[in-house]
Design a protein around this ligand. Structure first.
Ligand code: UDP
Length: 329
């Protein structure tokens, strides 16, 4: 058996985690995937189970994490990641970003591994600086519906930086902006699967608010490339990874209507509390330090994603966004 370097990926059965598993296996690593499957889905990594360079543990990283053997890298991607999830499982969201991060930092110390943690554009909250640069400190409501995610991720960054400065641990922090692509969870409330699911089920497309809020959508392969480069770099400060192509949600729904050919109408629903009005990454740091910028335009990325959703068995369109049974602690 080849003597492969070993990497632990938490949230391995999730949208981003599963793509990272694929990438690290393709790069010749032995991948240890971990997920408690509250929002993750084993169907995202089913194709890896027959590989000897992949193993999987069903474990909640908010509890003590043990992995035997060496680890070269840890990538911490376990977390609920949609506003609907934060409402349903707020305490788990807080715990995985805080306690989970602490456990993994401890594991990284024990293994002398380099750790990369998944942070988010949500650390900027409803930003008053536009586009968002890494030195902007954000505008977050700690007690609003998104606070459980935003503050856990802000704590995660602080904790990670403290382990770097106090213990000399090798750490990396990626601030991920809205990302899309195959394996996004249908029916988790995020705007792209919402619109594509509605088009496939023949339902009206729901725009929240008047649709004037903006987002900047990055295709998943670009994100994975940025994360891979950041991990290998010597950049300890947080780095934005996202696609600066900004559009309003009103424009976005029109693009989806055109792509899917749906003849359903657009209906307007109330804007959720604390929904950020604008969001666009400034990616100068990623460009200069990692030589990274996105390669996949929205037209191409949306087409690939639409093909994926169309290829799913019909019954999946009607599945509830599942949350595996979990203890409410
Ligand atoms: N949104 C929408 N219709 C939906 C779901 C979301 O108009 O069915 C809006 C939502 O209010 C937000 C944007 O789309 O302004 C992106 O929402 P998402 O939950 O995907 O991500 P986030 O708000 O965390 O960026």
């Amino acid at each position: 058996m080849a003597n492969r370097e070993r990497v632990l990926i938490t949230g391995a059965a999730g949208f981003l985690g599963s793509h990272l598993c694929d990438r690290f296996i393709a790069e010749g690593y032995h991948v240890i995937g971990m997920d408690n499957l509250i929002t993750g889905d084993l169907r995202n990594i089913e194709h890896l189970f027959h590989l000897e360079q992949f193993e999987f543990y069903n474990h909640d990283v908010s509890k003590f994490v043990h992995v035997s053997g060496d680890l070269k890298y840890i990538l911490h991607f376990a977390s609920p990641a949609s506003p609907i999830d934060y409402l349903k499982i707020p305490i788990q969201t807080l715990k995985v970003g805080s306690l989970g991060t602490h456990n993994l930092l401890g594991l990284a110390m024990a293994k002398k591994a380099r750790i990369l943690v998944a942070s988010t554009s949500e650390v900027y909250g409803d930003p008053t600086v536009h586009p968002q640069t890494e030195d902007y400190w954000g505008n977050v409501n700690p007690v609003g519906p998104r606070g459980v995610y935003d503050e856990a991720k802000r704590f995660q960054e602080a904790m990670t930086m403290a382990y770097h400065t106090y213990h000399g641990l090798e750490t990396r922090i990626v601030r991920i902006f809205n990302t899309y692509g195959p394996r996004m969870r249908l029916n988790d409330g995020r705007v792209l699967p919402a619109f594509m699911g509605q088009a496939l089920r023949g339902e009206d497309l729901t725009v929240f608010g008047d649709g004037s809020q903006t987002r900047s959508f990055c295709y998943v392969a670009d994100l994975v490339e940025g994360i891979y480069r950041l991990l290998k770099s010597d950049c300890v400060d947080p780095v934005n990874i996202g696609n600066p192509g900004e559009i309003t949600i009103a424009q976005f729904v029109e693009e989806i209507i055109k792509l899917t050919g749906t003849d359903q109408k657009v209906v307007y629903k109330p804007l959720p509390l604390d929904d950020p009005k604008q969001r666009q990454p400034n990616i100068s740091r990623a460009k200069s330090l990692l030589g990274w910028e996105p390669q996949v335009g929205r037209e191409e990325g949306l087409r690939i994603t639409w093909e994926y959703f169309k290829s799913l068995p019909k019954e999946r369109l009607y599945e509830e966004a599942h949350h595996r049974d979990f203890q409410k602690d």
